[in-house]
Design a protein around this ligand. Structure first.
Ligand code: BGC
Length: 744
């Protein structure tokens, strides 16, 4: 999509990004082929194993007894993950390069998910900025800090679409929409890999978790995934594909089984689709012991079977299971696996090592002066801006922004928690560098104007009300003009393995809110979370709700910027907030069905609805408030009839009708009225962040190539076809302004 914005003040054209070219691909391949000829089978298998070591302590992959140092010297290990110490990484690299027979460098991978030293907001939060350039820049900064730390490969971006907030890993993704998710996935790859993977400040990206991990049944992590191929191609595949098209050189297979076959042994996924159809040329690493877990899934009798399945599915690197190195030689000797296949798997790993420039200079990552790269002031400032752009104002009855000199009662478990604001993945981040809400509010409003108490605990180890917590909270509320109540879920509740059946605010925090409500003071809830929550009651009781997420190192200054009105909130949700957890999965792009509900806001029978609650979520996809108001008008379909292969053009006028400058996200949705297979009631096909001064008007022009309207047909082909479409433009997925166009 290309957008042109015609401003009454200025004219600007937005450029489209493109995939990073891999300049030395051919040379890398030639070199890898030459090297393979000199390698023993065991050395080749070594390249396919990834081990872990903790700061020099000798540990082998579980199930395999080995002395890591001697394995490195023998060339029996190709990669390490999660090395947090640069000296340790360089020690191992030196050993591999100088003491192993062929001197093949190691590749070091780590989870740099939303920042390395500077921690940015969790990924779901960042997606709510709808700021693709900022997404790319955050990945760029993370890459620079990682590369300097001798980590030249990140296990990111996570491209898993999910519509289930019970699944804690929604915090790592970009929400429920494939179109936005694709833009974000591609931007992250561009940010990490830059335009040249061999530079000493770019790192390899890893597209994960392939595939469809976000669709684990009932939101339980690691659970089964089963869906139609049509749904997979329409909703789940696009972000992975976008990341691959942007040039990502590695992929991670997911833990889940997919249509009956665990992803790590799923030849259809890893070979037929990934390599033959999508043209992927890099290498695939398994998720943590996922090869070995195929025994537990019940598709392999033992490690040998598991290795065979994974190799035959074309999975290159075994993360931690140790089955490739333990059984690979026997598999070749007994003819179950050909050495030719091992060569292919090994070649793809070596090619990436060449592309990273590791053969040319194995120490190129990790040479920089760390104090010049870590926590650069301009990057800290950017983290503050991104955190503010990620936060979403969900409700405001006029209490925000706070006037100068307002006396604030700051209450709750996350208001002064350096660790929680960092979220689940913290890279090499340090809690001590976090600036909390408390610190930043004290600075902005004056120490004397901020009274603070924690009142209750929420986290991994401690939970519940602190003795006397409510009393103290009520006391400081009574001494203040407004209550800022920081509640929700902790950083520990985000990320892997934190699935929850209840996504409500914990009961003790509800009690705290109720007690504070009794004081009659205005209450602003600062909602800390890595996922959408069931917050109907809290929204009713509060005067304002600002979704702060886990916004990273600079979360505090960002909150201070927003509540003070120094900045105007501009975030828009990328995942619907349910009206009740019983609605989950609830997402904007559902199908119409043969019996759609007459109203999405009323309970009713004999239609696709509930008889006890409404269908509509509490807050829909795309939703977000500002301190100003934007008016959308004059939707014009500039191309009422477009040939297949052409470009649909739609324009809309947006006016800032309030008194403050602000940023809104204009969103364009379409509906294919009659198609060969059933289509969603709405699909996002364009968006634009618009910065408008008070009173300013801009005309936004959206351009949608008809290829963006492609969908999966019953024969599994993905193509656009002729027909009529509705189009809406507005500030969320309930946009009212409507037009129509035809593809001929
Ligand atoms: C997670 C991955 C992660 C890997 C390596 C796994 O448990 O599922 O997302 O990249 O560990 O740390």
């Amino acid at each position: 999509m290309k957008r042109v914005i015609l401003s009454l003040f200025a004219l600007s054209v937005v450029a489209i990004g493109s995939a990073a070219p891999q300049a030395s691909d051919k040379e890398a391949l030639r070199n890898a082929n030459k090297l393979i000829k000199q390698m023993t089978l065991r050395e080749k298998l070594g390249q396919l194993e990834q081990f872990i070591t903790r700061n020099g302590v000798v540990t082998g992959p579980e199930g395999v007894k080995c002395d890591i140092d001697s394995a490195v010297r023998k060339g029996e290990v190709g990669s390490f993950l999660s090395i947090r110490n640069r000296n340790e990484a360089l020690r191992l690299q030196k050993m591999a390069v100088e003491e192993s027979r062929l001197g093949i460098p190691l590749i070091f991978g780590y989870d740099i998910i939303h920042g390395c030293k500077i921690i940015f907001p969790e990924n779901l939060a960042i997606s709510c900025s709808w700021n693709i350039d900022a997404v790319e820049r955050s990945a760029r900064i993370a890459a620079e800090e990682s590369a300097a730390s001798a980590i030249h490969w990140t296990f990111s971006p996570m491209c898993d679409i999910s519509v289930d907030p019970r699944w804690s890993r929604v915090s790592e993704g970009a929400g429920e929409d494939p179109y936005l998710g694709s833009k974000i996935a591609a931007a992250m790859v561009r940010g990490y890999q830059g335009d040249d993977l061999a530079k000493s400040n770019t790192i390899a990206a890893c597209v994960k978790h392939f595939a469809a991990y976000g669709a684990v049944q009932a939101g339980k992590d690691y659970n089964t995934v089963d869906m139609s191929e049509l749904m997979f191609r329409d909703i789940y595949l696009p972000p992975y594909k976008a990341a691959l098209d942007a040039g990502a050189v590695t992929v991670m297979s997911s833990f889940n089984d997919f249509m009956g076959v665990p992803a790590s042994g799923n030849k259809w996924l890893l070979y037929d689709l990934l390599r033959k159809e999508l043209g992927f040329k890099g290498f695939v690493v398994s998720d943590w012991k996922a090869v070995n877990e195929m025994i537990i899934h019940g598709v392999a009798a033992d490690g040998r079977d598991a290795a065979e399945l994974a190799m035959k599915a074309h999975l290159n690197m075994d993360m931690l299971g140790g089955d490739y190195i333990a059984h690979g030689e026997e598999l070749v000797r007994t003819g179950r696996i050909s050495e030719k296949l091992i060569d292919e798997l090994c070649r793809e790993v070596l090619v990436v090592k060449y592309q990273l420039g590791l053969f040319e200079d194995p120490y190129r990552y990790g040479k920089q002066n760390l104090s010049e790269v870590y926590y650069r002031p301009e990057n800290m400032q950017f983290a503050r801006e991104l955190a503010a752009e990620s936060m979403v104002l969900l409700k405001n009855n006029g209490v925000l922004p706070l006037a100068e000199g307002t006396k604030i009662a700051l209450i709750g478990p996350f208001a002064d928690s350096k660790i929680d604001q960092l979220g689940a993945w913290r890279g090499l981040g340090e809690a001590k560098r976090s600036v909390t809400f408390r610190t930043a509010l004290e600075e902005r409003f004056g120490k004397e104007n901020v009274l603070y108490t924690k009142a209750c605990e929420c986290g991994r180890y401690k939970n519940g009300l602190i003795e006397g917590g409510i009393e103290e909270a009520v006391k400081i509320a009574e001494q203040s003009d407004v209550v800022l109540l920081s509640i929700g879920l902790s950083g520990w509740h985000s990320g892997e393995s934190r699935s929850r059946a209840s996504i409500s605010i914990p009961e003790d925090q509800q009690q705290l809110l109720d007690a504070l409500k009794q004081t009659g003071k205005k209450i602003v809830v600062l909602l800390s979370t890595g996922r959408p929550m069931d917050i109907r009651n809290e929204v009713e009781k509060a005067d304002a709700v600002l979704l702060t997420w886990h916004a990273g190192t600079m979360a505090g200054p960002a909150v201070a910027d927003l509540v003070s009105g120094d900045k105007n909130p501009s975030g828009h949700l990328t995942m619907s907030f349910p009206y009740s957890v019983g609605q989950v999965p609830v997402h904007y792009n559902s199908k119409n069905t043969g019996r759609p509900a007459k109203s999405q806001f009323k309970a009713q029978g004999y239609s696709c609805s509930y008889v006890d609650i409404r269908n509509a979520p509490l807050f829909p996809f795309g939703y977000g408030l500002s301190y100003t108001e934007f008016e959308y008008s004059d939707l014009k379909v500039l191309t009422p009839e477009v040939p297949l292969g052409g470009v649909v053009k739609v324009s809309v006028k947006v006016k800032n009708v309030g008194k403050r400058d602000g940023v809104d996200v204009a969103q364009l949705y379409v509906r294919d009225i009659v198609a060969e297979t059933t289509r969603p009631v709405r699909e996002l096909k364009g968006f634009e962040r618009l910065s408008l001064k008070a009173g300013e008007v801009k005309v936004v022009e959206f351009e949608i190539p008809t290829s963006d309207l492609a969908y999966c047909h019953s024969d599994m082909s993905v193509k656009a076809d002729a027909g009529d479409f509705y189009v809406w433009v507005g500030a969320d997925s309930n946009a009212k302004l409507k037009g129509q166009f035809k593809i001929k």
